[in-house]
Design a protein around this ligand. Structure first.
Ligand code: ATP
Ligand code: MG
Length: 438
């Protein structure tokens, strides 16, 4: 992408409405544009990050055996009456009436719809277990949308739903998602601590929230420092290994971690003082095992073995895909701007031409840009070098390949690593190899 032709609108001023760093930086770096309270348009750089986050989520869901579908955003009120949630959900639900006076709604979540779809096809217990997920926009009419995409009204969520024949099977499905979540967040370079959580209106008896530590987070958190030092996601246990996965899960959850809602002073006191960590965090994922709440309410029952009848045991598993973009910035920024982790960066590198119009400089920049292809943006604008540095720092590309007349004459590129500020003078070949290597 050539910046002279790109739609990557950066702002110099700090927008007054943004209270936290990630929101300010998302607006300043031109990632999103608010179109109504809590509703955002995604601009080219923001959309590329959103897509990369979504792809990591998708790959880890697939790897854990979940299967992707796509359910609509608009649902019928009728479905929600079956579970009893149409009246319970309250003002957060955006209710819509179509031209035939039929009551519809913009989905805040999909338990009812997925249960209804599964019910239409499942014939017997042999069709269990299954886990279906989608990545789709949700709408919740939050009282106080704030912090940009972190608490929006329209937001992108991955939600998965598991169906099992037995409670034992459902706990295994739950643990499969638990491990998939640890792997997902680690691939984004985030430390997400699984904390015991309240099951809230979804109901049920087993639930964890995955929380990223950040001072601006909305939840108070208490956890054992073990979560900062142990590479849980690096485990080689397979999600198909029932006993191995149970042992793994018990190992991870034996260390203390809870949000303020679930905090237990007695258990906390038992954690050695030097390992107690207290602070704030951002909820990026939430998993629930809720048994037969929806299957029973919606008439999903299947012939079991030997003349029995089975009401499938269910769980649901959410990840805030659009919230993660904000959370990633909250965890990776400095005064100058964003520091994207390699795995989610919109482009790996920016090629900065410090003397637009100088033949040798232009030629070298064109060469490296052509070879990096879609991995790089090329700052070929006529602006001053200082402006190019500031914009590249703000937009947070992991690498900056800086080329001026002196470097061009010597065949050298100044390569800057945004995360650490390290700089090195390298050949064109080395610069390309390092940028490609992440
Ligand atoms: P919160 O407690 O933050 O309101 P929740 O518990 O209502 O979230 P869930 O129903 O568990 O949310 O949804 C799954 C995930 O979707 C959450 O873990 C979060 O990452 C994301 N999410 C929920 N609400 C929003 C929102 N208003 N804006 C952006 N992401 C959201
Ligand atoms: Mg939640």
């Amino acid at each position: 992408m050539r910046l002279s032709r790109a739609f990557l609108p950066t702002l110099k001023e700090t927008p007054a409405e943004a209270q936290i760093a990630s929101h300010r930086l998302m607006l300043r770096a031109g990632l999103v544009r608010q179109t109504s309270a809590g509703i955002y348009a995604w601009l080219p750089a923001g959309l590329r990050v959103l897509r990369r986050v979504e792809q990591i989520v998708r790959e880890e869901q697939d790897r854990a055996g979940a299967q992707e579908i796509l359910m609509p955003t608009i649902q019928s009120a009728e479905l929600w009456r079956q579970s009893g949630r149409y009246d319970d959900y309250g003002k957060e639900m955006l209710r819509i009436t179509d031209r035939h006076e039929r009551e519809m709604l913009f989905g805040p979540t999909n338990e009812e719809m997925v249960t209804d779809i599964f019910k239409s096809y499942a014939k017997s217990y042999r069709d269990l277990p299954r886990n279906l997920y989608h990545i789709q926009w949700k709408f919740r009419d939050e009282v106080r949308p704030r912090f940009g995409v972190m608490r929006g009204r329209e937001f992108l969520m991955k939600d998965a739903y598991s169906f099992d024949a037995t409670a034992v099977g459902a706990r295994h499905s739950y643990r499969q998602m638990f491990l998939a979540y640890l792997r997902t967040f680690q691939r984004m370079g985030l430390t997400a601590v699984p904390m015991r959580a309240d099951t809230g209106p979804i109901g049920g008896d087993l639930s964890h929230e995955f929380i990223i530590l950040a001072e601006t987070g909305e939840s108070g958190v208490f956890y054992d420092a073990t979560y900062e030092t142990t590479d849980w996601a690096g485990t080689s246990v397979s999600t198909d290994d029932v006993a191995g996965l149970e042992a793994f899960f018990n190992g991870v959850t034996s260390s203390y971690a809870a949000t303020d809602e679930m905090h237990d002073e007695a258990a906390w006191a038992a954690v050695p003082a030097e390992r107690r960590r207290e602070g704030r965090g951002i909820e990026v994922g939430h998993i629930f095992y809720f048994g037969t709440k929806y299957s029973a309410a919606m008439g999903l029952s299947l012939p079991g073995p030997e003349g029995t009848t089975i009401t499938p045991e269910m769980g649901s598993y959410g990840i805030g895909v659009s919230r993660l973009v904000g959370a990633l910035i909250e965890a990776n920024h400095d005064e100058a701007g964003i520091k994207w982790p390699d795995s989610v960066a919109p482009w790996a590198a920016a090629v900065l031409n410090l003397r637009q119009g100088d033949a040798a400089t232009d030629a070298m920049c064109e060469d490296i840009y052509a070879r990096l292809g879609d991995a790089a943006v090329y700052d070929d604008r006529g602006s001053r070098a200082g402006e190019k540095f500031a914009d590249a720092d703000l937009m947070g590309f992991p690498w900056q390949a800086i080329i001026g007349p002196r470097g061009a004459a010597a065949g050298r590129v100044e390569l800057k690593r945004r995360a650490t500020g390290e700089r090195a003078e390298v050949s064109l070949e080395d610069a390309i190899a390092r940028i490609r290597g992440g």
